[in-house]
Every structure is written in C-alpha cells, then in structure tokens.
Write a protein of this length. Structure first.
Length: 231
C-alpha cells in the first residue's frame, strides 16, 4: 500500500501518540516497536510486549491501556489538527475495557463489586442468542455515566502527557517518517532527549554530487519545515 505523504505524516503522529503514552505510564507493557508500514487494514502499528506472563489485570493496568488507546486520536488532533477514521478500533477497545471494568470486574466505586451483565443461554454459530435483561434503566444510566467518567479521565490524562511532551512526539514522528520503523532502543533515545540512533541495517543517503557532504547519518532528516502544531 502506498500512502500519500499527508497520510503517512498523520499515521506517524498517531502511532507516536500510542508509543509516548506507553512509555510514560507505569503499567503499560513495554513498547517493543512502532511502524508506519501498513499491515492489513492497519496503517501503522505500535507493538507492546509484556515482560512476563500475566494471568490477571489490575485496575491501574486497565486504566493505562485506555489512556494508551486514546493517544493516537489525541496526537492527530494536537499535531495534525484533524480527526480520521483510523482511531475507530482504538475507541471500540477503550470503551469495552471501561465497560468491562464497571459491569464485569467490580472496578467502579459507584456501582460496587457486582456483575451487571453476562451472557447466558445457548450459543449458536459462535454468538450468544440471549443476554441478561434484568437490569433497570436507572442502573444502565449509572453504568453509562461511570463508563463516560473513566473514558474522560483517561482521555484527559493522555492529552496532558502528549501536550507536555510535544518535543518527544515530534522526534518520534520524524524518525518514523525517515525510517518507517523504530525499535525500543530508538524510543529510549528519544525519551532521554537524545537523537535516535539509526537502524542497524540503515544506509545513510548519499547527497548529490557537488552538494553539502556534511549531512550525518545519525539523525533523521525528513524536512526542514517547522513541525505542525494545533490550531
């Protein structure tokens, strides 16, 4: 898939948003690699790998996951001044996590340690044909309010972190536009305020004959225009 340059740039900031939140929040799995090479229906991917086997998830981990999922759309808004359909799956996953926290895992003080919905009945062709319906309208309104609160809090946290670390966002996006994929070592360089090291198999571009031969191979050079900011 060949993407227009504007879409590549938007994807770079989108994935940088996920990666930055993943690096800053304590319970997110370590970010292993970030790429803007299209894979299937995804225009880019941020890959996180757990450091050890995990058999259950605590509340802070789930909240951090929601914030990380919102990082892509927030980056589009802040740095590209636009919204795209690329965040739709992120929203679905974030909303499902928040709803499960409230309705299945008892992680809401407002609704307490109680299961409010579960699948029951026969399963046909992989889909449940019946679901519980013994939840009052008033309770469902409380569930929706609590889900909205969780989502809003994590969205605001992610936006604050992205706006406070705009220099690291620009550096990540710039590196991805140059190299398409960056790994954990390069992300660590950026988070430490250093120029990211080039990929191990990367060959610096040779300048035209008669041009300036002082362009080094250590820092990506996408363009010299100022990085975009939100309107």
């Amino acid at each position: 898939m060949v993407m227009p340059e504007e879409e590549r740039r938007n994807t770079a900031y989108h994935e940088a948003g996920h990666a930055l939140i993943g690096k800053l929040l304590p319970k997110c799995d370590p970010v292993h690699k970030v790429t803007i090479i299209p894979r299937g229906r995804a225009l880019g991917v941020t890959m996180s790998l757990p450091e050890q086997d995990r058999y259950s998830y605590d509340k802070e981990f789930m909240l951090n996951q929601i914030a990380m999922l919102f990082g892509g759309r927030i980056a589009e808004e802040v740095f590209m001044n636009q919204m795209t359909t690329g965040a739709s799956n992120d929203f679905e996953r974030a909303t499902q996590i928040a709803r499960d926290m409230v309705m299945r895992y008892g992680m809401s003080e407002a609704l307490g340690p109680m299961v409010y919905a579960e699948n029951e009945g026969e399963v046909f062709l992989g889909r449940s044909v019946t679901k519980t319906t013994n939840i009052s309208e008033e309770t469902m309104q409380k569930v929706d309010t609590e889900v909205r609160r969780i989502i809003d809090e994590q969205y605001n946290l992610a936006r604050k972190l992205i706006e406070e670390n705009s220099d690291k966002m620009h550096a990540m996006a710039k590196a991805m536009l140059e190299w398409e994929t960056i790994d954990a070592d390069q992300l660590n360089d950026i988070m430490a305020g250093k120029p990211p090291r080039p990929p191990k198999d990367w060959t610096p571009r040779v300048p035209p004959s008669g041009g300036d031969n002082n362009s080094g191979g250590g820092t990506p050079a996408v363009n010299s225009d100022p990085a975009p900011t939100a309107a």
